[in-house]
Design a protein around this ligand. Sequence first.
Ligand code: ZN
Length: 502
Amino acid sequence: MRNFKRVKPLSWLALCSVLLISSAILFLFVNHTSFASKQSSNVKGVKPVYTFKNFSSDEELSNYPGLHLHTSIEGTDTYSMAINYPFTNISTIDQPIIDWIDQQKDAFLETVEGTSSEKNRFISHLNIQIETNIITKNKYNIILSAYHYVGGANGITYKQSFAIDIDNEEHIELNDIFIDPNSESFKEKLLHAIDNIIENNNEYKDTIDQNLVQDRMQDVENNMWGLTKDSFTIYFDEYEVGPGAIGAVELKIPINHLESYITNEWLETFELAEEIAERKKVEEEAKQQESSESEKDQTNVSDNDDGKYIALTFDDGPHPDVTPRILDTLNEYNAKATFFILGLQAEYYPALAAEVANQGHEVANHTYNHTDLTSLNHDQLINEIVTTNNKIEQATGNKPTLFRPPFGSYNEQVINVAEQNGLSIILWSVDSLDWKNRDLSTIYSTVTANASVGSTVLLHDIHPTTADALPEVLETLSAQGYQFVTVSELLNIQGKSGVGPF
Ligand code: ZN
């Protein structure tokens, strides 16, 4: 039996009211600011030009034009947080998202504080994950999941869905998409479609309580919904309409089943979406072909070499501002490094991940969401690792063989899953503490004082100060005769093989 550890009732109530308030805020945020049309260089059938050296305007660098990814990671002795969220630099769009994130953080920290230190043998973890769905050009549906783990067998997940329209600088509401979404006839139509899905789903057929569904759907707008170019999805939380065993429920209604209720504007939108999907497919195929052609032999060190080698590693990226600066510096010092990439970052910035690989650096797996893996069950764990391998391979053409667990946190289960996926677990021997200090001279002195022959140095390519410090670090260590190789090359030199941890 699965044991769901719940947040204590009081905070849970607080969280619920907070969620209600946030929907209210969302509603208030619908404003109709002037239409700010953005030029796109994506012309049908033409591959976007990748201007790597010159992307202070990185609109086109993101796989999701107009959307950028923020990742922040922090921790203390009792908890860790890895927060991912998208942003647009348009405050009417960003603010409700940030507010929701803050509410999740506050609720989590309150729970951590409320946990008595006696019982506190574990490290609590909060992980905010993103699912990004393209509705059509410059319109996205973002599903944020906050995974709260405060001990026990499983954590608990709270979800929120945001549908955003970048061109109109607003959140999309149900009544933008559907004609009179509060009408009885729309509700009926929706319920009918939902019944159909449940009847045709073996798992849901006997478990979902249709009366509960009917109750929830009385106020359609209060339900969490999501949108893609071809479906409208209704979400229910764990336990909301059925037993805990079926988990959270997602009911995906084909958009054409609701056609008669779609506003004219959105009818056009959904048609346009098909064209865009077709174009993306063509671009994707061209990109895959290109990356397989440019695949290179990365090994430039022979076995049994007794030189002074160091493996520099950069985690949590690639980041559109920081990673290119780091690549430039590495190039200048003829240094090769290993980038432990987050699957989510590779999804957002595939061109950047490809550039890292194309410059001869090693691309490796650092999970999808930067979750503390010891807080996950087996399926969640496999998903974190396999999805990331796929994202990295799609972006770069290279299949990772190395894996670094976030926060260096792993257990027997993690070792097994890594092994099953052909991944060696790589830790580090020198922590630059760049994530903590964010200070050029401290990073410089920490690395240069501690690095020695065979060191694996932990750095992060999401902090500008790390890019600031790197030239001096490389200058000093090069002068001392060190050469910089990838982790796989270093393992090869050291004669290490197998799953590790190393
Ligand atoms: Zn990390």
